[in-house]
Structure formats: structure tokens, C-alpha cells
Design a protein around this ligand. Structure first.
Ligand SMILES: [Zn+2]
Length: 501
């Protein structure tokens, strides 16, 4: 019996968030405007025009290369990639061939439930290019071209075939998207086409003892233009199953092919066979001088912000948050900022940063109230962390009220809701609405006595052995106090009274 190991590589196109297109002054944002209104002679490829590279796009490209631990080319140039297709007005695309801006990098990923827990994915290269136009087909059977998107800047990132499962590919893409967002180079929204992915996959056959049975690399399938994270995983799973079947029938793929993912049918379908680089007849773009990038790379190194992985491990260490919570928090830079500001307010309250015990307890409260309660309330309202009325200062105060038991969970939720509504601080809300934990034992004792005398039947049944009625009596006290009674105190007080009656 043989076993089969998937060998997966990715090619990712990310649309860069520049003001203008790659080689002209047209807007890079109005790609959804009326067709063919966001165009000029340059991006329409009319004769005699001269493309001028977009400096911002080059800087974004260098930044992305640095974030992926690449070497930035001292000298980089643009090339013409020739192919004839209606979405390409010049019949060539300005891209980069043998001197891309960045090469030879890597990205570390963590795979929580994978066969291997961590992997270093090699980055072969990253280069800049312009996007093609968009084709669409009318109901009457005509095909039309919208050039609005034509010429918007893209960075193409090519990985080594270092993934060993579809899950790893998906995790890598998610992390890459987050890096693009942290850098501010792209929204990298896959559903909006800001991030597009081609995945190639082949199988490697092993004997039972783990030795290689056949070649290291076999002809691969390239799956083109996958447009969601789920589709990437699903398409790769399907293709691995399909190729395994072919191998088991002793009829493995003999040439590399290109396939497309048909989501409706949940299958990949064969497309044209893959062109080799020679088919594109690359040659240097004669209208654009080579780029000298050494100085830019030095400048951009200083601008490189803290990246998601570094932020996650720092926040985990500094605040004692759980790894899964930290991941969720750092997936949204605005949420991560809010959390950090909340902790810095809380540290002032705790007083001493060395008081790690206290901080760990607070970390649990912060992540619990933030991730399950506040985010829940926000999504119910369609609000978000950036525009909501709660400041980190007020949220920190709220957490201290919970930590010091001045607020219980039930009333806490009410107060939090009110904070979202009014933007007020929690102490003020509690005073105004007379909310808060009832910790006055005399007052609570009166309520307990009232409840016991109002429910003689339940009290008698409890004393006859139906102990579950304690929960009912606690509930009655809670009702009387509108949830402000401290639950543990209520329970103790009821137990004492029930014994003495
Ligand atoms: Zn233009």
C-alpha cells in the first residue's frame, strides 16, 4: 500500500490600495463606476502613450516584500508579458519577469489542529503588475469589456510548494490578508476581488516505510482564480481526492494542466493546458527605466509596523491573554488597539505592573466581556469597535466594577448596553439608574425574610427534603432585587435562614 502526500503551492494577486492606477493618473478605486468611465489613453493602451510607474505602488510592494522576509532587489525592472485576450488592450501586460522587486522570503504559520503544528512557507518571489480589464456577458449573448479595472496595481506573490494540506494553504492566505491589512497596502477582501488565488497541487507517493516511491515532484494541476477562502480549501481537497484516484488506478497525471473550480457542482474542471514562460515572449518594457530600490528598502524598513504574529505574542505575554483570544483580538487591528488601551487603563488601576496574578484574572474578564458580550451587542446593533461610544477608559472602569463585585453579570450586561447607547461612564449610569450590586447585608436580609414568608409552601417542601427548591427561592430574591443581589451571599443567607426556621 502506498500513501500520497499533497505538494501545494500558491500564487496570490493582491490589489494595492493606491490612489491611482499602476501607470496612469486614473483612480484605482472607481472600478465599479459606469463601465469605461474611469479610463485614459494610457490604460486603454492607445499608441504613443508613455506609462509612468506609481511610486506608492512600488513602496507598498517593497513593504509587503519586507513583511514576508524577502530580499528587496537593488535593481528591479518591468517587462512586457505578451498574450492576446480581449481584456488586455495592449495585447501585453506590464509585469516583472526576471528582476522582481522581492525574492527569497518566508512566512511562518501555526496550524492548530494540523499534522504539523508549525510550518515555514517559502516565498519564491513578489512582483508588481497591472490588472486586466473585466469581461462581462449580456443576456442577449454579447460579450462586453469594462476597462475601469484595467491598469489597477497588483502585487503577485508566489510561494514555494511548501504546503502539505489544504488547511495550511487556507491559514497562510488568512495570515497574508491580515499582513496586507496591518501594512495598509490593501483591504485584501477576497469576496471583492482584492485578493485572488491560484493553487497548484500534485501528489508525492511514499512506500509504507515512508521512503519515496517515485519522483520528488510530479506533474501538477493549477486551479485558477479561486475567490474565497472556503473555495481554496474545498478545491484543493477535491483535487487531492481526484489525483489520488488516478494514482491508485496507476494512471497518474502525465502533464501539468489547468483547471477551474466550479462551486455549484463542487468539482474542478479542465481548462486550457498551462502556458510556459516561453509562450509569453517576455521582454523588457522599453518605456520604463529600471528601479533602484536600495534606498527605498532602507526607508521602508523604518516604516514597517508591528506585524500580526509579533503583536499576538507580545499581547499574550504582556497581558496573559489566552492564545485563541489573542488571535481573535489581533485579527482586527482596531479591536487590538482598543484592548491594549483598556489594559493600559487597567494597569493604572492595578497600580503595579508586577501584580501578574491580578492581571491574569483581569485578562479573563477583559477577553470574556469584550469578545463574547461587547462584540455580540455590537453585531446585534450593526455597530463596530471603531465608531462605538464606549471608550477604553470607560470599559476599563466597567471591568474594575465587575472585578470588585460592585456589578454582577446580569446588571453588568444592562450597564454595558446603556454605555453603548449613551456613551456614559458606568459609575454614572449605575447611579442614575440605581443599578448595582446589593451588598448591604441588612437590606438583603430583609428581602430574604420577605421571600421566605411569602412562599410558605415552597419553604415547607424544601425542609421536607426537596433541596432543588433553593434555586427557586434564590430566583425569587433576584426578582425582588431586580438582579442586584450578590448570588453567593443570597445563597448563604437563604441556607442559614432555612435552617433556623
Ligand atoms: Zn488611465
Amino acid at each position: 500500500m502506498f500513501s500520497y502526500e499533497p505538494i501545494i503551492g500558491l500564487e496570490i494577486h493582491i490589489q494595492l490600495k493606491t490612489k491611482t492606477k499602476m501607470f496612469c493618473a486614473c483612480s484605482a478605486h472607481e472600478t465599479g463606476a459606469q463601465p469605461n468611465t474611469n479610463v485614459c489613453p494610457i490604460c486603454l493602451g492607445q499608441p504613443g502613450v508613455l506609462p509612468v510607474p506609481n511610486e506608492q505602488a512600488i513602496r507598498f510592494g517593497v513593504l509587503m516584500g519586507l513583511a514576508l522576509n524577502c530580499s528587496i532587489a537593488e535593481r528591479s525592472k518591468f517587462d512586457r508579458k505578451n498574450y492576446f485576450y480581449p481584456d488586455l488592450p495592449k495585447a501585453y501586460q506590464i509585469s516583472q519577469f526576471d528582476q522582481p522587486i522581492a525574492t527569497n522570503g518566508f512566512l511562518e504559520i501555526e496550524i492548530p489542529n494540523g499534522a504539523r503544528k508549525q510550518a515555514r512557507i517559502g516565498i519564491t518571489r513578489a512582483h508588481l503588475e497591472e490588472d486586466a480589464a473585466k469581461l462581462f456577458h449580456t443576456e442577449s449573448g454579447k460579450s462586453c469589456v469594462d476597462f475601469n479595472r484595467g491598469g489597477t496595481p497588483l502585487i503577485e506573490i508566489v510561494t514555494e510548494p511548501d504546503f502539505r494540506s489544504p488547511q495550511e494553504a487556507k491559514i497562510f492566505l488568512t495570515e497574508l490578508r491580515l499582513i496586507a491589512r496591518y501594512l495598509g497596502v490593501s483591504d485584501a477582501d477576497m469576496e471583492k476581488g482584492h485578493l485572488r488565488c491560484d493553487a497548484n497541487v500534485s501528489l508525492r507517493r511514499h512506500n509504507e516505510d515512508g521512503t519515496l516511491a517515485g519522483a520528488m515532484f510530479n506533474p501538477k494541476t493549477e486551479i485558477k482564480n479561486i475567490n474565497s477562502f472556503r473555495h481554496v480549501e474545498r478545491a484543493l481537497e477535491y483535487e487531492i481526492e481526484r489525483q489520488t484516484r488516478l494514482w491508485e488506478e496507476e494512471n497518474p497525471p502525465k502533464i501539468s494542466t489547468t483547471r477551474g473550480w466550479n462551486d455549484a457542482r463542487q468539482i474542478t474542471e479542465e481548462q486550457r493546458s498551462k502556458e510556459e514562460a516561453a509562450d509569453y515572449r517576455y521582454f523588457p518594457e522599453p518605456d520604463i527605466p529600471a528601479l533602484e530600490l536600495s534606498e527605498t528598502a532602507e526607508d521602508m524598513k523604518k516604516e514597517l509596523p508591528e506585524l500580526p504574529a509579533a503583536r499576538r505574542s507580545r499581547m499574550q505575554n504582556e497581558f496573559g491573554l489566552k492564545p485563541s483570544d489573542t488571535r481573535q483580538i489581533c485579527d482586527d487591528p482596531a479591536l487590538a488597539d482598543f484592548t491594549e488601551q483598556t489594559f493600559s487603563e487597567l494597569l493604572e488601576w492595578v497600580g503595579d505592573t508586577s501584580e501578574v496574578e491580578g492581571l491574569n484574572g483581569l485578562a479573563r474578564l477583559v477577553s470574556g466581556w469584550l469578545l463574547s458580550k461587547l462584540m455580540g451587542l455590537l453585531s446585534e446593533r450593526g455597530g463596530d469597535i471603531k465608531t462605538m461610544k464606549i471608550t477604553p477608559e470607560n470599559f476599563a472602569e466597567f471591568i474594575t466594577l465587575i472585578a470588585t463585585k460592585k456589578l454582577n453579570n446580569t446588571i453588568g450586561l444592562k450597564v454595558l448596553n446603556e454605555m453603548l447607547e449613551a456613551g456614559d461612564d458606568p459609575t454614572h449610569i449605575m447611579e442614575e439608574q440605581r443599578l448595582g450590586q446589593m451588598d448591604d447585608e441588612v437590606e438583603l436580609a430583609e428581602v430574604v425574610n420577605r421571600v421566605l414568608s411569602a412562599n410558605p409552601v415552597e419553604v415547607a417542601r424544601y425542609q421536607a427534603g426537596e433541596e432543588q427548591l433553593l434555586t427557586f427561592l434564590i430566583g425569587m430574591v433576584m426578582k425582588e432585587t431586580e438582579g442586584t443581589a450578590e448570588p453567593a451571599l443570597t445563597r448563604n443567607m437563604l441556607l442559614v435562614k432555612l435552617k433556623s426556621i
